[in-house]
Design a protein around this ligand. Structure first.
Ligand SMILES: *[C@@H]1O[C@H](CO)[C@@H](O)[C@H](O)[C@H]1NC(C)=O
Ligand SMILES: *[C@@H]1O[C@H](CO)[C@@H](O)[C@H](O)[C@H]1NC(C)=O
Ligand SMILES: *[C@@H]1O[C@H](CO)[C@@H](O)[C@H](O)[C@H]1NC(C)=O
Ligand SMILES: *[C@@H]1O[C@H](CO)[C@@H](O)[C@H](O)[C@H]1NC(C)=O
Length: 963
């Protein structure tokens, strides 16, 4: 069942799916029988039975949730929340899951007699008293989950004996006293979540010995003393969040060695001194040192990965260093209430707006000493907010807009510009779900198909404890991918129905999980599995989203009959009350920057001065206008086959019967005769089997035309479109990729002077009658104002970038420096199109970003085009790796075209039995003697979340964080 759900797209027909389903169901039932036999056999260990009874006695079970705790065999008779394993014929309690049961009272010390316990979970109850030191006897304990209660007293030093402990969650209690120095012995611990208590004293320097610690959350306590320099030894640390304590002294300068740190949050900690050098934290995404008494300058160098910087309410001075203006992924820069001076330099703000339509940039510099403002183009965009109130530059109020208006919002309620989340999906057919049955509409596979159905959702309360961003919309898609992959669901089965920022900042959300599209209801086993996945923290950690907590797991109709513990949202102490308030619906008003830019496309009308002298170029024919009109039946509408930047394209038949493609320059693309001649001369010398060849030209009667060989099978784009009747199989796609790569390589290395195509895209790759790929339109970028994107709206020098949105090299976009690597980027996008069948930009989604998200989440199978049929799994991975490495932002990390060709040849050589597959147009069938078994899909390592680089490619795939 699960497997079926995990890979919903891999069955080519419904029938196959059903067959598989039936056989798998058999196995599944068998497995359940084996598993339950295991649980049922043998009586429960009697020491443990009395320990459970003692626990039952001491907790107040006001709702009688533990009413079935009767008799002497908890393992045999299935006591609520008790999970057992049979060891040497006797049942032992391995998990105690009593979350969300409105329990009061205290935890009996006898819990220490459950010696096989691995998970101890009392989350979200109203338990009082202190943590029994006897818990320190549970030598196998892996998860200690006591958060969200009313525990008091001190932390027992005995907990330091828990050598297997992975996670200690005691946050949101009233625990006081010091952090025991014995916690240094928890050397398997990865997660210390002790925030929101009353812990006091200083952080024990010995904690620096915790060599596996990943998350250190001690915020909202009464900790004091100096921050121990020893914590810099925890090289594994990703999140250090210590806000709202009362430390003294400065931030140890050696924290700059914490090279893996993703988030450093020391807000409101009474710290003095200067900001340590953060330049070596190459993955830093979130830096909050606000509300301290820090002095000195802003950081001069900071990681390009940073999205959020909050240094407000300090005593920082000097000007804003250039480095801060050059952070492309920046979303939020809070510097208000410092002593910063100098000029605010808007013009050099290079924000990564192009790559991500939903990104925003908020700059709050209020209450400083900024005296000048140098305007910048991007600041006039609606996605960018700048606040300068309270600076001398605002004295004469000449800046306009809202720049000089006072603003008092906190980081929790940023007034965001009109951003859009994922554009609303559409169902392929109209469907209304019966509201009387609690059904809700589920959209089909979000990235590809609009297949919809009605189903019962499971409602989940979920909270990110320490997210690595402050603005959610740009991350929402990535979050869906992350969570669905962690739950082994498809992306369309996970829906964030509302979210709300809380102090911390923490992000709490209401999530709906939907059954897959073969059913309208989860099975009991599926519900249990999902519940276990959440509460066992099996979902892999994610750097961007940070640790999560499950707030509730709501089993409304029809799920209220199911077994697992925990119901409804009756949470402890009102702490969670009011979490989910407003439903924020971001409607599909996409303020996509590239759309604006395209709309402002500039038209250059070159007045053509026509000379009617005939020109001669060896090897190409010089056609008259009359010949062209004859060939196209006077440019009749029915002969029109396309439209490019240069002009319209017609299918023509020459007098000798040759079919040709005629590109007719439109007004504005007309060249002077000499330039036109030069281009023809250049193009006439270029011959390669993977380049569309020029047959002739026409320069007559104030018209210019180029005559090319005609490509029967149209463009690659048409071919990949959903409407295509004969989508290519994998082998053909690799051939197309290899062919076009060779064509581009020829342009880069053999043409003299080298030709950078500038407009590689699927619609510029044509397929001949054998489906051989030929690159078209090379050299035309010099002839025609292709797609021009005006990059400046601020009255400065207008710069023009040529290319097509979605394929455009971001480096070229920023620097306007054209290199061979710009073509490599665009070619990478074409590879992604071949793999996914999707377009470079669909409904505001950028393909490069979508695939990176899926790749990062280990969910690549969800984006692979199912229409290409079976493929050898070992070929897919290097292909995707290659595509992703071509599409890296950094020019230098992209391979050259010759490396691309070599890699594609290597992939080609890996395809088993391709030689026996006959000619190009033969489609592969499973009976061609090649073993394309379905098993290939399940062995595919993309199914796991740990995908490493290709093996074939040298150099590794960068970790691409969703923005
Ligand atoms: C748990 O073990 C302790 C010491 O081994 C013992 O004194 C206590 O009675 C046990 N508790 C129960 C309920 O058996
Ligand atoms: C933690 O404590 C802070 C300060 O008291 C409070 O604002 C916040 O809501 C608390 N967070 C949780 C999750 O309890
Ligand atoms: C910590 O708090 C306790 C009371 O809860 C107090 O007795 C103790 O002195 C405090 N210790 C420090 C170091 O402040
Ligand atoms: C998801 O499936 C994979 C393999 O199919 C498995 O290894 C993993 O444990 C599953 N995860 C969950 C949370 O079920």
């Amino acid at each position: 069942m699960y497997l079926l759900k995990f890979f919903p797209m891999i069955f080519t027909s419904k029938e196959e799916r059903r067959k598989f389903h039936d056989s798998f169901k058999g196995c599944f039932i068998l497995l359940i029988l084996i598993a339950s036999a295991n649980i049922c056999s043998g009586l429960t260990d009697q020491v443990e039975v009395s320990a459970l009874k003692a626990i039952h006695r001491d907790v107040g079970d006001v709702l009688n949730r533990l009413s079935n705790w009767a008799g002497d065999d908890p393992c045999g008779s299935g006591w609520t929340g008790v999970i057992c394993e049979t060891i040497n014929g006797t049942g032992h309690v391995t998990e105690l899951r009593l979350l969300n049961m409105n329990l009061t009272g205290s935890i009996a010390p006898d819990v220490g007699n459950l010696t096989e316990l691995v998970i101890l979970d009392f989350m979200w109850n109203n338990i009082t008293g202190s943590i029994p030191p006897e818990i320190g006897n549970l030598s196998k304990l892996y998860l200690l989950l006591l958060n969200g209660n009313k525990l008091t007293g001190e932390l027992p030093p005995e907990l330091g004996n828990l050598s297997q402990l992975n996670r200690i969650q005691i946050d949101q209690n009233n625990i006081s006293g010091p952090i025991p120095s014995t916690f240094q012995f928890l050397n398997n611990a990865k997660h210390f979540h002790m925030n929101n208590n009353s812990l006091n004293g200083s952080i024990p320097p010995e904690l620096g010995r915790l060599e596996n610690l990943v998350h250190l959350l001690l915020d909202n306590n009464d900790l004091s003393g100096e921050l121990p320099a020893e914590l810099s030894n925890i090289s594994t640390l990703l999140i250090m969040q210590l806000d709202n304590n009362h430390f003294s002294g400065s931030i140890p300068s050696n924290y700059s060695q914490l090279g893996n740190l993703r988030k450093l949050s020391l807000r409101n900690c009474n710290l003095t001194g200067v900001i340590p050098d953060v330049s070596a934290m190459s993955n830093l995404g979130y830096l909050d040192l606000s509300s301290n008494q820090l002095t000195g300058q802003l950081p001069l160098a900071i990681s390009q990965t940073i999205t959020t910087i909050d240094l407000a309410y300090n005593k920082l001075d000097g000007d804003i260093p250039d480095a801060l203006y050059k952070l492309r992924g920046l979303e939020l820069l809070f510097l208000q209430n410092n002593f910063l001076n100098g000029t605010f330099n808007g013009s050099i703000m290079e924000h990564d707006l192009f790559a991500n339509a939903s990104s925003v940039l908020i700059l709050d510099i209020q209450y400083n000493n900024i005296t000048d403002y140098q305007s910048g183009a991007l600041l006039s965009l609606s996605n960018v907010t700048l606040r300068l109130y309270g600076n001398p530059v605002c004295n004469d109020n000449s800046l306009g807009g809202n720049i000089c208006n006072e603003y008092n919002g906190s980081i929790l309620n940023l007034s965001l510009p009109n951003t859009a989340t994922s554009p609303s999906l559409e169902c392929s057919s109209e469907l209304t779900c019966d509201p009387s049955r609690n059904f809700e509409l589920v959209y089909g596979l979000s990235l590809l198909y609009g297949e919809c159905h009605c189903a019962y959702p499971l409602n989940i309360g979920y909270r990110l404890k320490s997210p690595g961003f402050a603005i959610f919309p740009p991350y929402e898609d990535g979050f869906q991918v992350h969570l669905s992959s962690g739950l082994n669901l498809s992306v369309y089965q996970v829906n964030v129905s509302s979210y709300n920022w809380e102090p911390g900042p923490r992000l709490s959300m209401n999530i709906k999980l939907f059954p897959n599209n073969t059913t309208n209801e989860f099975t009991e086993a599926e519900v249990d599995h999902l519940f276990n996945t959440f509460t066992s923290w099996i979902i892999p950690d994610n750097y961007t989203f940070g640790p999560y907590e499950l707030l509730f797991f709501n089993k409304d109709f029809p799920y209220n009959g199911t077994l697992s513990p925990g119901t409804t949202s009756s949470l402890s102490g009102g702490a969670i009350a009011g979490i989910i308030i407003g439903v924020i619906i971001f409607t599909g008003v996409l303020v996509a920057v590239f759309v604006i830019l395209i709309a402002k496309r500039q038209q250059r009308y070159a007045k053509a001065r026509r000379h009617h002298e005939r020109i001669k170029v060896a090897g190409v024919k010089d056609f008259t206008y009359e010949e062209m009109t004859k060939a196209t039946n006077n440019f009749e509408g029915s002969t029109e086959v396309g439209q490019g930047g240069y002009g319209k394209v017609y299918r023509g038949t020459l007098a000798d019967g040759t079919v040709v493609a005629i590109k007719r320059a439109q007004e504005g693309s007309l060249q002077g005769a000499r330039e036109f001649f030069n281009e023809i001369e250049l193009l006439s010398r270029i011959h390669h089997r993977n380049l569309v060849s020029l047959i002739g030209f026409c320069d007559d009667e104030d018209e210019q035309m180029l005559v090319y060989e005609y490509m029967e099978n149209g463009t690659l784009r048409d071919h990949l479109n959903l409407s295509s009747k004969q989508p290519s199989n994998f082998v053909t796609r690799i051939q197309i990729a290899l062919g076009s790569a060779r064509g581009i390589l020829y342009l880069h290395t053999e043409a003299n002077p080298p030709i950078y195509h500038r407009d590689i895209k699927a619609s510029n790759i044509l397929l001949d009658s054998n489906r051989r790929a030929k690159v078209a339109d090379f050299g035309l970028s010099r002839l025609a104002p292709v797609a021009e994107l005006e990059g400046d709206t601020g009255g400065h020098v207008s710069t023009v970038v040529k290319g097509t949105p979605g394929y455009l090299d971001p480096e070229y976009f920023y620097t306007h420096k054209l290199t061979d690597k710009s073509d490599v980027y665009s070619f990478g996008v074409v590879l992604l199109e071949l793999i996914t069948g999707m377009q470079a930009i669909t409904k505001g989604k950028n393909l490069v970003r979508e695939v990176n998200l899926a790749y990062e989440a280990g969910m690549l199978l969800s984006v692979v085009d199912p229409r290409m049929g079976p493929y050898p799994a070992e070929c897919l991975r290097p292909l995707v790796s290659l595509a992703i490495s071509c599409c890296q932002d950094d020019t230098d990390s992209r391979p050259s075209m010759s490396e691309v060709v070599r890699e594609l040849e290597a992939i080609w050589s890996l395809i088993p039995g391709k030689d026996t597959m006959g000619s190009l147009e033969t489609s592969i069938s499973t009976d061609s003697g090649v073993n394309y078994s379905k098993g290939l899909y399940f062995n595919n390592s993309f199914a796991s979340s740990e995908v490493s680089g290709s093996g074939l490619m040298s150099g590794t795939i960068p970790h691409v964080a969703p923005r």
